[in-house]
Design a binder for this molecule. Structure first.
Ligand code: SF4
Length: 252
């Protein structure tokens, strides 16, 4: 008897498909490579650096000093510059490096000491039909709460976090009761770290599973439509803008 194999789908693919099917096609079916936006570069270097610092805390029971944090940041600046093709055409590289440094400094100063991690980047996954949808969360804490950190220009609104589908997906993968904290190193005139807490119920998780089941079925058809009305459908926000315009004009 032929046993059907389970196909792994990263949550990022589900999210991309929901935002724009055409974009999903370019990334996941056509394997098109694009330049990375500086905001993604900043987020990655910030996360890489903090993950290594938290790993040091778990392994050696002590917080790294700021010199060590900066050295770690330098290592990841180089790694990510070497491995990502960052699009610096509209941004200043030095200003971007500065933003990461400020975000790390404020996080180390205000938050790091109080965070008690037990696991770095734990995976989560949930089987939905013939698929397994999954991803990773930044930290699991000693009190059972899960935590994601990021860098941004504004604090997360509580109402957005309470409805954030990515958080619901993580809850589906890790199980309810689910407690989640989001930290954002906010870069404004006076940098600060925004903390927000949220939870999810089984009802919310089940609704997300039903919705995702439909999305996965739709993906199977291979038929994709551009989402031209989306706020992300913009020359500055979508790296496939030119390809997409060409394809639409030529009805490809
Ligand atoms: S340009 Fe717009 S429609 Fe085309 S892939 Fe990007 S977001 Fe989708």
């Amino acid at each position: 008897m032929n046993k059907k194999s389970i196909i792994y789908v990263p949550y990022y693919a589900v999210d991309t498909y929901q935002n724009c099917q055409q974009k999903w096609k370019y990334i996941f079916r056509d394997n098109m490579k694009t330049e990375a936006e500086p905001s993604l570069f900043e987020h990655m270097v910030f996360s890489d650096t903090l993950s290594e610092c938290f790993l040091c805390k778990i392994r050696y029971g002590q917080d790294p000093d700021i010199d060590m944090v900066m050295k770690t940041m330098q290592k990841y600046l180089k790694d990510r510059e070497d491995n990502l093709q960052v699009n610096w055409s509209r941004y200043n590289r030095v200003e971007s490096y500065d933003r990461i440094e400020i975000a790390l400094n404020i996080y180390m100063e205000k938050v790091f000491e109080q965070v008690e991690p037990v696991e770095i980047n734990p995976p989560w996954a949930i089987k939905i039909g013939d698929y397994k949808v999954g991803g990773r969360v930044n930290l699991k804490l000693a009190n059972g709460v899960y935590l994601n950190y990021s860098i941004g220009s504004k604090a997360t609104a509580q109402s957005s976090l309470d409805k954030d589908e990515k958080v619901t997906a993580i809850a589906a993968g890790l199980g309810v009761p689910f407690r989640f904290v989001k930290h954002v190193s906010v870069l404004k005139s006076k940098p600060d770290v925004d903390h927000k807490f949220t939870t999810r119920t089984w009802e919310q998780v089940n609704l997300w599973i039903q919705k995702t089941k439909k999305v996965l079925k739709q993906m199977e058809t291979g038929i994709t439509y551009p989402n031209i009305g989306s706020w992300l459908c913009d020359e500055d926000k979508c790296p496939f803008w030119e390809t997409c315009r060409f394809d639409l004009e030529n009805e490809l």
